[in-house]
Write a protein that binds this ligand. Sequence first.
Ligand code: SF4
Ligand code: SF4
Length: 346
Amino acid sequence: MTQRTLTFDEAAGFFRRLFDYGPVMGPHERHRQQGSYHFGWLQGPEELVLDYTSTTLPPKKAFFPPRQMLFEFTLTDPPEFESKFDTAPFTLVGAHPCDLQALDQLDAAYGAEPAEACWSANRARARVIGVDCMPDHYCFCTSLATNEARGSCDLFLTSIERGYLVEVRTATGQEMLADCASEDPSADDVEDAKRWREEKAERVTASLDAPVDQLADILEADGLGEVWHEIAERCYSCGSCNTTCPNCFCFDVKDEFAIGLGSGTRVRTWDSCQLRDFAIVAGGHNFRRLRWERVRHRWQRKFLYLYRKFGTPYCTGCGRCSRACTADINMVDVSNQLINHAARKG
Ligand code: SF4
Ligand code: SF4
């Protein structure tokens, strides 16, 4: 991996050039909501904000939109279908280390047989640029070792005194930089970036009370009913925790018919295991009718089932679910409640 420096002036030119390649998705401030950021398609480089703390929705939406039209159909004989997949190349810029890790984890989940075609097709047409961040009190990335994750991004930027230190991580990243002015990093640039990473790790205040790997055994042993019932008393089953999570990947697929019922569109939308109807199957049986069963499922899913299957927890410590929860159900607090409850039970 090589490193380059983009001074502020050079960075301005670099960000401008991104738009020559195709659409650019990046973090920007919500209209009339100062301090609230989201990933969206940018009109120009002036909209890009790289020193944000977190966004409401994660950048997975670039590859897996909350609502996506898959195809249009006409019920002629035989029926006709028209695919609606976007194929144009685009750039995702400004993804934080934890979110880059999540993208790679979704690669594994969607890539497992039977592979999910939309995700990999969208990943293949994108260039990804990451940027380092500073945590707020919801972030617990150091407990998940995602604070220095890079995933499979093409370039990774760290803020330094005179601009950005750029890690060139792929041949595509190399090509992106070849088109614009950049410099060999000085010893001070490298030292600046190192200081940033150290300060970031020091500023993370939320943490798990045990290594995250222990959660799988704790959840498998169960005996945690008291905790689940207490959390479920507060949970509204609104699903915000899932829909803001960079690692959640469940979706629903529906056919929406036009008036006249002769044609329509097939769409897929994000789904949430915390919604009451999520686990209803044919015949009307609901496998997780009770709220505590759904709450338990969220933790089992993230730290037990997917951990056992892929060898990594499906949580990156981004804190979005805790920020979004109006019932103040906090991922770190509940996980520590589980850890400490299990420790007391011996
Ligand atoms: S966001 Fe909070 S209240 Fe809503 S389902 Fe998740 S844990 Fe429950
Ligand atoms: S479970 Fe919560 S903290 Fe973990 S990755 Fe998802 S939103 Fe972030």
